[in-house]
Design a protein around this ligand. Structure first.
Ligand SMILES: Cc1cc2nc3c(=O)[nH]c(=O)nc-3n(C[C@H](O)[C@H](O)[C@H](O)COP(=O)(O)OP(=O)(O)OC[C@H]3O[C@@H](n4cnc5c(N)ncnc54)[C@H](O)[C@@H]3O)c2cc1C
Length: 290
């Protein structure tokens, strides 16, 4: 199938893009096109205007200070996965990137596009939640900042309001360790279930802080606070990781679909959490534990 007819505009500033979005209620932002173009070709979307933001140079900027990494919304998956400074500042970004689709898609797809698209099985929304990122949004009412937890609201649904643009994502520079694990039918497919974790160890070697996030297990990435609580103040070991992983899976109500049943997702979720934690804490024996 071919996309329905649409007009095309290529602004070179954020202000021009916002004016176009304000003037055309059903306009759609075009970033990497890796989710939008298939949706147009399948006629799941029929915007009157495509606002191509690829010519807005500031949206591709990356900046790093000792405390913060800021990625423009147009930064491509590939750059995130290959830039040592980015992975050094927020290791979860480097760990998750190879799991996203395939090379050609990573060359075009953008972090802002993935976050705005809000597929519950996508890696970036989960990484942003685990890494405590904040979304920098520009819109007709001015700029605003939304924490990752309040940004993904459900399947293909975000806190973006009509006429708004996701401009950048701000990450605190990581102070601890990170781990990532997912299961997909084939490499490059969307995950059936995955886990993204961060762990900070205190000077005594105990977990000072942890964030445990599951994705593909609900309508959006979700923090598993009971697991985080279990880890806090404890010395890492295989038994602790097993307990935390099983707490992470408690009360899960995952979807059933073509890719996996709810029951499968429920069973595999704690395994993903345990593997991600074991990798973060360099405990290979805990990764294998039954
Ligand atoms: C075969 C295939 C496999 C894939 N596998 C995976 C995978 O395993 N994991 C994964 O995470 N993704 C996967 N993807 C999706 C891919 O990561 C896309 O790049 C991503 O979802 C969308 O990014 P994009 O830049 O291409 O956005 P686009 O397709 O251009 O846009 C997506 C949506 O976001 C909106 N949008 C884009 N940018 C902005 C912005 N800055 N502000 C406001 N709205 C915006 C658009 O209007 C549109 O509604 C796959 C895609 C394909 C085709």
């Amino acid at each position: 199938m071919k996309a329905p007819p649409f007009a095309y505009a290529a602004p070179s500033t954020i202000a021009e893009a916002l004016a176009l979005l304000a003037a055309h209620e059903d306009a759609k932002v075009l970033a990497g096109g890796q989710s939008l173009m298939p949706a147009l070709n399948l006629r799941l979307a029929a915007p009157s205007v495509l606002v191509d933001i690829n010519g807005i140079a500031e949206l591709s900027e990356v900046s790093l200070t000792p405390t913060e990494l800021r990625l423009g919304a147009l930064v491509r998956h590939k750059r995130i996965g290959t830039d040592a400074a980015i992975a050094g500042a927020v290791p979860l970004l480097g760990l998750a990137c190879p799991h996203i689709a395939h090379g050609p898609i990573r060359s075009r797809g953008t972090i802002g596009g993935s976050l705005s698209h809000a597929d519950p099985a996508a890696e970036w929304p989960a990484v942003c939640l685990a890494a405590d990122a904040v979304m920098e949004i520009r819109g007709p009412a001015g700029p605003r900042h939304v924490p990752a937890e309040a940004f993904s609201l459900g399947v293909f649904t975000t806190a973006l309001r009509p006429g708004e643009l996701l401009a950048a994502i701000r990450f605190p520079v990581a102070r601890g360790r990170a781990g990532f694990a997912e299961v997909a039918r084939r490499h490059g497919d969307f995950a059936m279930v995955g886990a993204a974790v961060t762990v900070e160890l205190g000077p005594d070697g105990r977990c000072a802080d942890a964030r445990v996030v599951l994705f593909g297990a609900s309508d959006r990435p979700i923090r598993r606070r009971a697991a985080e609580e279990r880890l806090r103040g404890q010395a890492p070991g295989a038994a602790l990781l097993r307990e935390a992983a099983s707490l992470a899976a408690e009360g899960l109500d995952p979807p059933s679909d073509l890719h996996a049943s709810a029951e499968y997702r429920r069973r595999v979720a704690p395994v993903m959490v345990r593997r991600a934690l074991a990798d973060a804490l360099s405990l290979p024996e805990a990764r294998l534990a039954a």
